[in-house]
Design a protein around this ligand. Structure first.
Ligand code: CO
Length: 433
């Protein structure tokens, strides 16, 4: 990959929703020779096979090793496809005071104020009535459609000027137009038709999973172009790196002994409890099926494989903020541009322990750098990742790592171009290790 930064920006722009992220990852893997499996079929897997399966906004992909997982173990990387955002309610059309608005619900722990005064677009999945029953289509409007305007400062009370309090029900309803124009179903029908689908009646738009996103493309900024300004870096940066690492590891596979894989989960930002989330069966079932395909069926084969395996939970880390440096534990202040960060938390908000820190540190050194370290201040709450959930569900030894970013969970986050390649190198080394 000549320009991994441009490649990341393209990955982000073409992935406005988890459904799109899974589809983009699937397309990249297909182009690299991976073939799609279906959950409802029996998985026939031979050594060297490169396969993937998509479930909603989640994806699991792997390259089968030459040796049975029960004997050689496996290497897996996890990341998440979802980001905090605003999602349309099922009957979103609101008409008041001459405006047309859309009712939305916050998804995940978003920084509400960062969604104000920003050009937003809509994307997601729509279900259309058809002769053979409803069919599901991906849709992205690809143009600015909405805005949530701030209240003018002149109309704010003294207390509101000091500290902005936004009521998610009242203050975040985006404006989509004026007058009594098009309702959402008609807008969706027209957009699908404009994108090449046959003419659709608005009443045939049966349902949708649509969400708002920053309409501004991801881009390099900074005096030397050393920064990345982008939406959804948490955690598309890690999804991008995981796909790139798996493609790289598969192209070098040759007679690799170990099975290597990635799992990109939806629903991390709301606790992972869903059919396709990290607390669901996606990875556990995948591991069982792979172990079984090697003739080591049953719980003994799976337990032996898991005991020999490692999992890296790749999710972005908090870089030290120059204006809020006191919010970091001294000695654990990752620098933007300083490379991959190992995250440790005694309370198990991260799954990393000392032994796996040692393994990852050794891998970093083979890649030519030292890892950075993050532990939260003892008087602040800690974030979490799919790492502890996967470790608890599957019993796999897990490390939490990630690239440093600023403004995590903002509509727009900030990262460093220098951190893109080292994360891919580390993840590829981990898979190959
Ligand atoms: Co995250």
């Amino acid at each position: 990959m000549a320009d991994v930064v441009a490649d990341l920006l393209q990955f982000i722009d073409s992935s406005p929703t988890p459904y799109h992220a899974a589809a983009v990852a699937a397309a990249r893997l297909s182009a690299a020779g991976f073939r799609e499996l279906r959950a409802e079929d029996v998985w026939e897997i031979s050594p060297g096979d490169a396969r993937f399966v998509v479930r909603g906004g989640s994806l699991l992909a792997f390259v089968a090793g030459a040796a049975p997982p029960a004997a050689a173990g496996m290497r897996w990387i996890g990341a998440h496809t979802d980001s905090p955002n605003l999602r349309l309610k099922p009957r979103p059309d609101v008409s008041v005071h001459g405006y047309r608005q859309l009712a939305v619900e916050p998804y995940g722990g978003l920084l509400l104020h960062t969604w104000l005064d920003r050009d937003l677009s809509l994307a997601g999945r729509v279900s259309i009535a058809g002769a053979q029953g409803p069919r599901s289509l991906l849709l992205a409007f690809d143009r600015p459609l909405l805005q949530i305007p701030s209240l003018a400062i002149h109309l704010q009370r003294e207390s509101e000027r000091k500290s902005l309090e936004l009521n998610a029900q009242q203050h975040l309803v985006p404006i989509v137009g004026l007058g009594t124009g098009t309702q959402l179903a008609a807008l969706v029908a027209a957009e699908l038709h404009a994108k090449g689908a046959a003419k659709i009646e608005p009443r045939d738009v049966l349902a949708f999973d649509l969400m708002a996103h920053d309409a501004e493309p991801a881009r390099r900024i900074g005096s030397e172009g050393e920064l990345i300004s982008a939406p959804r870096l948490d955690d598309l940066a890690s999804c991008h790196a995981a796909v790139a690492a798996l493609v790289r590891a598969s192209s070098r596979a040759g007679a690799a002994q170990r099975t290597r894989g990635i799992v990109l989960y939806d629903h991390e930002e709301v606790g992972s409890r869903s059919a396709q989330g990290a607390a669901g069966p996606l990875l556990g079932e995948g591991l069982s099926r792979i172990v079984e395909a090697f003739g080591d069926g049953g719980s003994q084969g799976l337990a032996r494989a898991v005991a020999r395996s490692r999992f890296v939970s790749a999710d972005v880390a908090h870089a030290v903020h120059p204006n809020y440096a006191d919010r970091h534990e001294p000695g654990h202040r990752p620098l933007l541009g300083g490379g991959p960060v190992l995250k440790v938390n005694a309370g198990q908000s991260y799954a990393t322990d000392g032994e796996i820190v040692a393994e990852i540190t050794a891998l970093c050194r083979t890649c030519g750098f030292e890892p950075q370290h993050f532990a939260v201040r003892s008087d602040l709450p800690c974030g979490s990742t799919v790492g502890p959930i996967t470790a608890a569900r599957v019993g796999i030894r897990t490390a939490d790592i990630g690239s440093p970013v600023l403004a995590m969970h903002s509509c727009r986050e900030l990262a460093a171009t220098a951190d893109v390649a080292p994360m891919i190198d580390l993840l590829a080394a981990f898979l190959e290790g």
